[in-house]
Design a protein around this ligand. Structure first.
Ligand SMILES: N[C@@H](CCC(=O)N[C@@H](CS)C(=O)NCC(=O)O)C(=O)O
Length: 217
């Protein structure tokens, strides 16, 4: 029986290319819990993959605990891992400070969500039927979010000494934009290019979880 306050060894259902899965993989690394996690790839398009039984939404990341209990989505997993590691590391303890980090995490996740919807538009619809209006609608979310983030990127040295959930979500969002390229961001947001370079040099969790399909930029 798994003691949920201890977590035991956990199975993470995710590919190494999933941006939301990377959030969870990065959190394990940032918290020094990487040896407690076994990665088990999932195929979200395969109806026979038991991911759909584990998580009826069929989404990655999904975290399996030793007693058969299941946690999803990425925010729930980060929050659980933070408490498992003692708390106050990925999210501040104070109510207001925590709410601010969570809001920034949602904003950064929103970039990834909009980018995924743009990529899925190309993947799931026949060529010639892609909706320009829908793509522009999603692109607008990415542009407005990047404008907001570029004006005040997440702190590179939070008081906990750990890369926080907002920064993790931004690393994953920018990494996904670099991979699938639904929205060119590097020329328009030099502050974020610098931010990504700095956090990559500062925290080995960034390189350790990088998508192996993205060539170095
Ligand atoms: N809000 C979820 C989003 C997860 C998500 O959309 N994951 C993508 C892969 S990066 C997925 O599983 N897509 C397959 C699908 O939607 O069927 C989270 O934060 O975990």
């Amino acid at each position: 029986m798994t003691n949920h306050e201890n977590g035991g060894t956990m199975i993470l259902r995710s590919t190494v290319t999933s941006p939301f899965g990377r959030k969870a993989r990065m959190a394990f690394h940032v918290l020094g819990l990487e040896n407690r996690m076994v990665l088990q790839p999932a195929d979200t398009l395969d109806p026979a993959d038991d991911l759909r039984t584990q998580n009826p939404l069929g989404k990655m990341p999904t975290l399996l605990l030793g007693d058969g209990s299941v946690l999803f989505d990425s925010r729930t997993i980060l929050s659980y891992l933070d408490r498992l590691a003692g708390g106050g590391l990925l999210y501040p303890i104070g109510a207001w400070d925590r709410a601010l980090v969570e809001t920034a995490e949602v904003l950064h996740d929103g970039i990834t969500e909009a980018a995924l919807l743009m990529v899925y538009e190309g993947r799931f619809r026949e060529p010639g039927t892609h909706s320009r209006r829908w793509l522009d609608h999603q692109g607008g979310k990415i542009r407005r979010a990047l404008d907001r983030v570029a004006a005040a990127p997440p702190s590179l040295s939070p008081s906990s000494g750990k890369t926080n959930a907002a920064a993790i979500a931004l690393v994953c969002a920018l990494g996904y934009l670099d991979w699938r390229r639904p929205f060119p961001w590097r020329d328009g947001y030099p502050e974020l290019v610098v931010w990504l370079d700095r956090i990559t040099r500062r925290d080995p969790a960034v390189a350790a979880t990088a998508n192996p399909e993205v060539p170095p930029i």
